[in-house]
Design a protein around this ligand. Sequence first.
Ligand SMILES: *[C@@H]1O[C@H](CO)[C@@H](O)[C@H](O)[C@H]1NC(C)=O
Length: 120
Amino acid sequence: MEVCGKMLILSGVAVAAMFFFSPAHGAMMLSPGACPDGKQPGESWSSGDCGECTCLAPTDWMSEGGYSCASCGVYSIQLDNPQCYTTKETPDASYPQCCNIAVRCPGDDGYNETYANGSN
Ligand SMILES: *[C@@H]1O[C@H](CO)[C@@H](O)[C@H](O)[C@H]1NC(C)=O
């Protein structure tokens, strides 16, 4: 497979010769107990670098309710071309769009050789 070729789309959409990876499975954490900051069941809020939490109502197995937080999870992307690197495409977007990873190679919009040579 040619990682920097313009024909390779693993998952996600290609825009202007850049490649996006949307992790299929984020990481999920469940915390029993009261929701922080007086949040009520059904309310969501952003957490951490690129995550989202949701307040949950009490259930049979979680008598005081709780909240779940989703984050981007882990990805391992090996690139054949040391001039290419991965970066968050829209780090300021809300979850889960902020998880999308773009591959940048020389000539791509926003390419910054400071990040090349596998140093990320
Ligand atoms: C490349 O990234 C470095 C480190 O963030 C930054 O200092 C530099 O200004 C960037 N160069 C360009 C051309 O954006």
